[in-house]
Design a protein around this ligand. Structure first.
Ligand code: FES
Length: 213
């Protein structure tokens, strides 16, 4: 495990022609060094950077976990071209501190760097949150995390898998977990105005909500 403080450096895996110039601007604005390596196999011998930028990839899930284990103070920021919900959740569970769309990455990192400057904390420690389990041995709602910092979380079981999502409808903010759940399709219907979502992918199946969960 790294014991030294992170360098004021942004290390970027991959030479993405859109992303790299934006990150170079970001680094210059915050007086940070920027180094690019073509792949994660080239990270051996590099400094302990403040930020490591990586693409989201199924093949890299093990790498994220190993890197985060060895560099807990480094902000591991992953970017993706497409919002593939399950892969994003997998990258986050593997240890990525941020998983965002490529187009938003430099803006999100700028916010993180401002917070680092103001509060002296770049990587927020992960917290375990207590789940209130419900007596449901079958499919559907099996637990809630009512006091999560970013709003209540609902946990559903579907085909033996546990899927968690923010229990707030993106249409008008009603609690989704009180809605009707169809275990065959995995679709949950918002009790307020009928928006429908797939509980394990978060996909929006029907409006009036405009966004997935
Ligand atoms: S609050 Fe869920 S559909 Fe309106």
């Amino acid at each position: 495990m790294a014991t030294t403080q992170p360098e004021r450096q942004i290390l970027v895996v991959g030479n993405d022609p859109v992303l790299l110039p934006r990150l170079q601007q970001l680094a210059a604005a915050h007086r940070m060094a920027l180094q690019m390596v073509p792949g994660p196999e080239h990270l051996k011998g590099t400094e302990n950077p403040a930020i490591l930028v990586v693409p989201v990839s199924r093949q890299l899930l093990d790498f994220y976990a190993r890197w985060k284990d060895a560099h807990p103070d480094c902000l591991l920021a992953a970017w993706a071209d497409a919002p593939e919900h399950e892969l994003w959740v997998g990258a986050s569970a593997a240890g990525c501190d941020l998983v965002v769309n490529k187009g938003a990455l430099d803006l999100v990192l700028a916010e993180q760097l401002q917070a680092w400057q103001a509060q002296g904390v770049l990587v927020q420690p992960r917290r375990r949150l207590p789940v209130k389990r419900l007596a449901n041995p079958g499919e559907g709602l099996v637990g809630r995390v009512p006091d999560a910092p970013d709003g209540p979380i609902a946990v559903f079981r579907l085909e033996g898998r546990l899927c968690a999502f923010r229990d707030v409808c993106p249409h008008a903010g009603f609690s989704l977990s009180d809605g009707a759940f169809d275990a065959d399709s995995g679709i949950l219907t918002c009790p307020a105005h009928g928006s429908q979502f797939q509980v394990c992918t978060g996909a929006r199946m029907r409006g009036p909500a405009d966004f997935p969960i």
